[in-house]
Design a protein around this ligand. Structure first.
Ligand SMILES: CC(C)(COP(=O)(O)OP(=O)(O)OC[C@H]1O[C@@H](n2cnc3c(N)ncnc32)[C@H](O)[C@@H]1OP(=O)(O)O)[C@@H](O)C(=O)NCCC(=O)NCCS
Length: 346
């Protein structure tokens, strides 16, 4: 039971030193955040692995927690932005029962202090809940971009259309072959990276989607998923003379067997408008149904302006949209706004 007035204790934490009990508490907080926004948390193991990888990555995520006794009531992660130098991203969650007591403000103030001494000038944060968007706007946040998480319940998929797209693909693209890969074969690595990076940077808001993929990063990710026991399956289309024209990939965690994450779909500009993306996505749905009988639903996230991808997903039966928004702040203005509210509160 939280005391109504006490301010929880704030700590900057090095995740590498956390005990199993710390991770269980931290995961409980993470799971509450997902529950509140209507999304599904990954397993504790997967969460721990992703957090440690983020802390060790070049972007060097650092974490602050708010603790009340043994319980965690809030956590903030600060990550150097991928899009530009001088940019940091903040990910913050405070338990509903610990809100309105300045916990979030104190966590943000601690992280901003650090970010400012690291030379950051701009802060961005992404949120699912409309009340969080209003809070960002009250603190001077500028809306940057939006996206939507969509869910497809397999039993509600438009299977007639799926079958038609799967049959029409090879009819419309007579010389194109479809192939499944998990570990990208060395012989295809160059063509695969070319396809991935040329289509990746064609997405709306691509400048925020991270740096180009390298073979080292791909291999590192393949090893991490393999250690977790996840299946990372990619379908590619191959053209004569070795060009890879399209791809789509999914991630499957057997310990959360009902859920499949549909990741990225991309087709090289010269091959668009011939039904390749539809063929790939329809074939992937068949693969999921055949190989993962426990799977009940797929989730995917699309940028709000991605008309072709949204149209394809809508026709397949993806729905239950959950919108998220990214806001951006000038660091010094945000610090001043926080100090003003702190003065008013004291
Ligand atoms: C999105 C993308 C994968 C589509 O690839 P594609 O092979 O051209 O797609 P297809 O030919 O299978 O299907 C395109 C369908 O999009 C829809 N579409 C395209 N432009 C559209 C528009 N402006 N409005 C509505 N629907 C549109 C149509 O349904 C069209 O099918 P149809 O004309 O045959 O009925 C490709 O544009 C791409 O690689 N974009 C960059 C990467 C990206 O944004 N990926 C999505 C992030 S997950």
């Amino acid at each position: 039971m939280l005391s109504p007035l006490a301010m929880p204790h704030l700590e900057r934490r090095d995740l590498a030193t956390w005990s199993d009990a710390d991770w269980v508490r931290c995961y409980a907080l993470h799971a509450r955040a997902h529950l509140e926004q209507g999304t599904t948390a990954r397993s504790l193991d997967a969460y721990r692995t992703a957090q440690l990888a983020a802390a060790n990555a070049a972007a060097g995520t650092r974490s602050w927690i708010a603790r009340e006794g043994d319980d965690l009531v809030g956590k903030l992660d600060l990550t150097r932005g991928v899009a530009a130098s001088g940019l940091v991203a903040i990910n913050l969650y405070v338990l509903p029962e610990a809100r309105q007591r300045g916990v979030g403000r104190a966590l943000v103030a601690a992280a901003l202090h650090q970010a400012q001494s690291d030379g950051a000038q701009v802060v961005e944060t992404s949120m699912f809940q409309p009340e969080s968007w209003r809070l960002c706007e009250r603190f001077g946040g500028r809306f940057q971009r939006g996206g939507t998480q969509l869910t497809l319940r397999l039993e509600h998929a438009n299977w007639d259309l799926v079958d038609a797209w799967r049959e029409n693909g090879p009819r419309r693209c007579l010389l194109t072959a479809l192939q499944e890969i998990e570990h990208v074969p060395d012989a295809l690595a160059g063509a695969f990276l070319d396809l991935h990076n040329r289509t990746w940077c064609d997405q709306p808001d691509a400048e925020h989607a991270g740096p180009p993929l390298t073979l080292e990063a791909r291999r590192d990710q393949e090893r991490r998923y393999e250690r977790l026991g996840w299946r990372w399956i990619t379908l590619i289309t191959r053209e004569p003379r070795g060009v890879l024209s399209g791809m789509t990939d999914i991630l499957y965690d057997p310990s959360h067997g009902e859920l499949v994450r549909q990741n990225f779909t991309g087709v090289l500009p010269a091959y668009r408008g011939r039904g390749i993306a539809k063929w790939l996505k329809a074939s992937m749905l068949h693969l999921v149904r055949r190989r993962f009988p426990a799977a009940l639903q797929l989730t995917t996230t699309n940028a709000d302006g991605n008309t072709p991808m949204l149209a394809i997903n809508h026709q397949l039966g993806f729905g239950a949209p959950l919108h998220h928004r990214t806001y951006c702040f000038d660091l010094s203005h945000l610090r001043e706004a926080l100090e003003r509210t702190e003065r008013r509160a004291s």
